[in-house]
Design a binder for this molecule. Sequence first.
Ligand code: NOJ
Length: 757
Amino acid sequence: MRKIYVSITLILCLGVSVLKAQERIPEVEELLSKMTLEEKIGQLNLLTPGGGVATGSVVSEDVEAKIKAGNVGGVFGVSSPEKVRQAQEIAVKSSRLGIPLLIGSDIIHGYKTTYPIPLGLSSSWDMELIKQGAQMAAKEATADGINWNFSPMVDIARDPRWGRIAEGAGEDPYLGSQIAKAMVEGYQGEDLTLPATMMATVKHMALYGAPEAGRDYNSVDMSRLKMFNEYLPPYKAAVDAGVGSVMTSFNDIDGIPASGNKWLLTDLLRERWGFGGFVVSDYTSVNEMIAHGMGDLQAVSAMAINAGLDMDMVGEGFLTTLKKSVEEGKVSEEQITKATRRILEAKHKLGLLKDPYLYSDESRPEKDILTAENRQLARKAATRSFVLLKKHDNTLPLAKSAKIALVGPLANNKNNMLGTWAPTGNPELSVPILEGIKNVAPKANIQYAKGANISNDTSFAKKVNVFGPRVQIADESPEALLKEALDLAKNSDVIVAVVGEATEMSGEAASRTDITIPDSQKKLINELAKTGKPVVLVLMSGRPLDISEEMSLPVNILQVWHPGVEAGNAVADVLFGDYNPSGKLTNSWPRNVGQIPIHYRMKTTGRPGPESGEFQKFKSNYLDSPNSPLLPFGYGLSYTTFEYTDVKASSGSLNANGSIELSATVTNTGDYDGEEVVQLYIHDKVRSVTPPGKELKGFQKIALKKGESKKVNFKVTAEDLKFYNSQLEYVFEPGEFEFFIAGSSDADFNGSFNLKK
Ligand code: NOJ
């Protein structure tokens, strides 16, 4: 049995955070001393007067009267400096204590300058870019009066049936943690009282990305070991980065809904992680505990506050029942005071207690929102998010003088460029692909035809069109649409087909059991491939798709997610080679839905699947499919090629308090300058709890000119080799580690080192 080393720094850090959380702020304490029980409960109430997207069946009523009565701590769905000023004036001038409001919003991927969906942005593996995107969103949103953001969403997701996979950073805890940190730092900056920074909310705590069967809002059941090693790290990374608030999830954990789960919200989040901010529920998630089977509204509200939930979003269970629960001894006034203190502390951190109108500067929107600079960043972010999935016959990049047949239901479509959860963006401002191609290649000869509907199914279209016309079924017959596209295709040098999912085919309450491209478009793709002309599929989606069929066709495939407001320009930049694609997948793409959940960090099992991929009886494999995904985590091609040589460790061993350098030489061996995401994976060969077959432990994105080589170093310490053991202690265990450095998770180990005591 190997020895276990518990992190002393963890204990020290915990101590410091707990101390921090206990520091009292005089303005807050003074306010608290003046507050009645009702006024304290009022601060715990978050309402939406409408104007935003209602993500549940309840919308708040009589908001103004409630603010005046001191019954509201924050609102969301209100924007513009004028409206926010009005709301703050009602709170400040008409309520007894004049406490300003938190003004929340969902700014998931850009405010008015919409950048790619988060899953797309994660594929850039570019932390600086992700941070800049968050900074830009904070600048725009605060210019419009918002001081509190319901982002980042960091739920690890390994089930592409789940529509909200679009909102996160994919399947990996290490990458997810880096992204969580970058986003929190981007939104919050160094100083939350600066007018261009806003408070971030990490969500959805916890495990929301692992619902059974990929169905949104479904139950989650998971071992603590899996939670700690695989699903919790990104939430913790956000807490460590100083996130101001945490939002609970809709699901249950160990049989207790997250919004009422004391182990989660108090023992883990506050006591173990030292979180000093406040916890907000998700939209009516306190009330939903009734349907979960936890009792009536009074019981679930008491359960939530006693568990450590501070603010109740929209449901008003706190507002309407907590006083009674205090009178009946079911909730202590002290528990309510604690929650109120946390809300007031947040207002203090944002500078609102000193200046309630800090975010109501009427001159800012024009200067800060949708500027040319912001649009430029959105365009850059989009190009970096694209992943080249398949190259065929050197079709790409295209010549700027080419004769192009541009086809597909997403080729000239403004309604589907922004992606899910972009309610603050305006689809009308987005650049369709047709327009982008004309901008970037004005000399190209471009003919456009729709070719197919996104789906021919009217009842499906109705479900997807809740926020606007995302799936529009043409008056022409599918046959007529197809014929028009094929006629164009036959007279072109190259066919560019923009196909895939409409924006609301992913996102909240948009789970699918079939994750292929809809049949209407498959037909078009197959017919285009038969023409013998070079074909480029520009694929849009909010999730990994099953594209097994398309991968076997003689086509090129560029995955562009939903690229945001600059969609067309960014797609054209990449199609014509002004930017060489460098994105890498942050989810494994399955061969079929039967492989789900699928991810690269799987354990080997006691009967590992055969290396050859050939079926073997009594091994862990399928009769009808290989174990491997269609496209692995970390995968993505470039117009150039990269070669990895000289992969080595600086020494054969590493001491517990020392470090080792793992390195590789990467050479650009192709014909274009390009960027590569160099990835380090390790495998802990023997340890006290079964290890994953491989784990990402580092990555660096580098630029290499044609023919250029660079040595890439990764410094690894014992801290990097830690994991949670069966006592849930964060430890490393001495022994042998294998590693490889490559451009994808799908590579063989080619080095090893020993970790000594
Ligand atoms: C429900 C969603 O789950 C959450 O992510 C969002 O922040 C809230 N609605 C508020 O819109």
